[in-house]
Write a protein that binds this ligand. Structure first.
Ligand SMILES: [Cu+2]
Length: 166
């Protein structure tokens, strides 16, 4: 028969284990795609939610951008922010270079263009844009996500996040 002391000790061990798991889990609050490869990201004034993404390589991904605002937002993936007249205007290195992600609706794809050499989608107010892509292993590393609407105003205001490709 289990004594009260042993039961108490057991509860303490289980509680410490649970707290440890919570702490370990809490150090990585990055969002990952679900079992189908789908990850939904909300856009609002001014931020991405979630704003830290972990994306696997070699698996089909569906990134769904949901604009919760009236104003439009753009979404770019890359690194090395390009400055022009003190404004953040885009990324020098494009995460999707050469990959041609499938965008739904197709008209939402606004880059690459003459103004912006990087891949970019436009998500109008209260609309949803979906991007399907498989990242090759050579994209492994740390990247950023950003909205450069208003010549960098939105990016500076907080529409910026981290993308870890692994
Ligand atoms: Cu924006």
């Amino acid at each position: 028969m289990m004594t009260a002391t042993r039961t108490g000790a057991l509860i303490a061990v289980v509680a410490i284990g649970a707290i440890t798991l919570m702490l370990v889990g809490g150090t990585d609050d990055a969002a990952r795609p679900d079992g189908e490869g789908v990850l939904e990201i909300a856009l609002h004034d001014y931020g991405f939610e979630p704003d830290t993404l972990r994306l696997p390589t070699g698996e089909p991904l569906t990134l769904r951008f949901v604009n919760q605002d009236d104003p439009s937002h753009h979404v770019s993936f890359g690194r090395e922010v390009r400055e022009h007249d003190g404004r953040a205007v885009g990324f020098d290195e494009d995460l999707f270079a050469g990959l041609e992600p499938r965008v739904t609706p197709p008209a939402a794809q606004t880059g690459p263009s003459a103004d912006d050499p990087g891949f970019e989608v436009l998500v109008r107010g209260h609309e949803t844009v979906t991007l399907e892509v498989t990242l090759p292993p050579d994209r492994t590393g740390s990247w950023e996500i950003g909205c450069f609407t208003g010549r960098g105003c939105h990016y500076r205001a907080g529409l910026a996040g981290t993308v870890i490709v692994e």
